[in-house]
Design a protein around this ligand. Structure first.
Ligand SMILES: Nc1nc2c(ncn2[C@@H]2O[C@H](COP(=O)(O)OP(=O)(O)OP(=O)(O)O)[C@@H](O)[C@H]2O)c(=O)[nH]1
Length: 329
């Protein structure tokens, strides 16, 4: 009877019967550690499957309950409704009768929503790769930049950071503190100086010291679309003088705990500013990992990383397949 809808039977196959967190950790310690942050979301998805399993057949109530569960997991209204329509259509076309068939289809649809893994794009023609990072205050932008710098340094890159979020003195200081902590130089000027001048300086500094990666912390004031576009245009122009194929990524940092609101803001910009990727932060603090599906679907740009905690090592490259698998195991 266990998980009729999601087709899990109590048997030995670890894929079918995931066991306790401890059992899973013993079977595959590395995977469990990497995806351990999904604990609360996992519980949520398993509760969702249990709620649905109380239905014997694929009834209207079952679809309603599934829709409610997807919404509660923060998959978002558009994406949730699209998923239900799609699953209903498939259930009819493929004459699905059992919960396990629907479960398989749900997993497939969730996986394809997230698209392929999308590693960072590095320059093929210039010695310097430039990543621009935007995001509202408090989204975890500065922390994520430090985490990225740390990750790239560990992979053998030589990273420089540019503190081009010059509107707030605290933001500059915070990046400097991180820079010292992870041993990466931070190029900055006094508060309220021109972000373009900071980027100019940072490019010179990066090229002089032989850095191959420059990460720019930009203000990215999302509520003033024109300002943001103007600022990005200016920065692009300066970057392209020295790095013609740059910037190589324009990443937005989105806080998972602010859910659909943050998404709404980001959606306004996604189309206009040539966003190339998303970093979702604080996914560890919520039971709402479903937010990732809404982000990928609504913004139409790949998720590059997920922030899984406050420590510098708490950033993992996003792998759609293992993410979905983890939710269902
Ligand atoms: N749990 C958790 N906390 C995070 C994560 N990323 C950032 N934080 C915390 O979120 C808070 C805000 O992060 P910042 O990096 O300062 O955010 P910011 O967007 O630069 O915001 P300002 O400093 O206000 O410009 C800090 O307390 C971080 O430690 C994450 O992935 N998980």
């Amino acid at each position: 009877m266990l998980n009729r809808f999601f087709g899990q039977k109590p048997q030995e196959d670890p894929k079918q019967n995931p066991g306790t967190a401890q059992e899973r950790a013993e079977r595959n310690p590395e995977a469990e550690q990497r995806l351990g942050f999904l604990g609360r979301t996992r519980q949520f998805f398993s509760r969702m499957s249990q709620t649905v399993q109380e239905n014997d057949t694929l009834t209207e109530e079952l679809w309603d309950e599934l829709l409610e569960s997807l919404l509660a997991a923060d998959v978002g209204p558009n994406t949730s409704m699209w998923l239900i329509d799609r699953l209903r259509q498939r259930a009819e076309e493929e004459q699905m009768r059992t919960g396990s068939q629907v479960q398989r289809a749900l997993r497939e649809e969730l996986t394809s929503l997230l698209d392929q893994p999308s590693p960072l794009r590095f320059s093929k023609q210039s010695p310097l790769t430039v990543f621009l990072v935007i995001g509202v205050n408090g989204s975890g932008k500065t922390t994520s930049i430090a985490k990225m710098a740390h990750l790239l340094t560990r992979e053998g890159h030589k990273v420089t950071l540019a503190a081009a979020d010059t509107f707030r003195a605290a933001a500059i200081d915070q990046l400097k503190v991180w820079g010292e902590r992870i041993g990466v130089p931070v190029i900055s000027q006094s508060p309220n100086s021109d972000p373009g001048a900071v980027v100019y300086d940072a490019i010179q500094a990066a090229l002089t010291r032989g850095s191959d990666v420059l990460i720019v912390d930009t203000a990215g004031r999302l509520h003033t679309k024109n300002n943001l576009m103007e600022e990005l245009k200016k920065l692009n122009k300066i970057i392209q003088k020295f790095v013609p194929d740059g910037p190589h990524e324009l990443l937005i940092v989105i806080d998972a705990t602010t859910g659909q609101n943050a998404l709404l803001q980001a959606r306004t910009f996604a189309a206009n500013i040539g966003l190339t990727g998303v970093i979702i932060t604080k996914i560890d603090g919520t039971a709402k990992g479903g937010f990732a599906f809404a982000v990928a679907d609504d913004l139409g740009v790949p998720i590059k990383f997920i922030g899984t905690g406050e420590k510098v090592g708490d950033l993992i490259p996003f792998e759609p397949k293992s993410f979905v698998e983890a939710l269902f195991t």
